[in-house]
Design a protein around this ligand. Sequence first.
Ligand SMILES: [Zn+2]
Length: 277
Amino acid sequence: MASYADARHSDGQWLVRIDDIDQARVVADSDQHILSTLEQCGFEWDEIVSYQSQNLKYYEAALQELQYMGVTYPCICSRKQIQEKLGKKQIKNGIYPGTCRHKSEQINSSLNHKYAIRLKAPAADISFVDQIQGVYSQNLPQDVGDFIIYRKDQIFSYQLSVIIDDFQSQITHIVRGYDLLDSTPRQIYLQQLLGCPVAQYAHIPLAVTEEKLKLSKLSQAKKVDCSLKTLVQAAHFLGQNCPDAKDFDSKDDFWQYLATYWDINKVPRMEKQMIMV
Ligand SMILES: [Zn+2]
């Protein structure tokens, strides 16, 4: 809702992309289910729906470009080995200790190998101004470490695939959940390396359960019911001064109102509980 309202308010386009890169985890027809739920809620997307599984050749080309720049290396460590290495002096969040950093890389165009590829974290702070959260800064070596861009199970990482998708679709504004705020500096660094324009980011609060779990299938959230009442509830959650459901004639009426009066400055910064009734 936040990204849709923001795009419509600015006369922008709103695109839908299905993140189906991890084919082993894709549930058959879940894309159709997602799209029909969006439709029932009254969302209208511009352009045809894109699928990550159709973009593999672009991810591959980007990975190779990074490899030729010499900013990557193969990592053969298992999760267990990394944990052992970190041992008791566990650095914040178990940051990868750089064990394989000295390894030279044989660039392998088949990508049919059983090791991960990591990107060397640059020794610099990466900062950006989030439209909702304000200035956010990270020191990649201290806060994240050398991060995986190609997984051992032969899947391109989220960090890499998502910036290539955004570049391919010429995305200028990204409105997404707060849980992705700390991924953003990694994505900005990748954008800088690959010469992709850096988008404008806005991270909205997460809707969480009483146990502070993000509302999702995993936290056994109820199915989205697509009613006008739920849409209004979501707009209120996003801090918008939106009349009650009974004051709208239809969902179209609601969306027109929200597109007109959307104000990103009213979106609260922190996570909030949202109990669906
Ligand atoms: Zn390693």
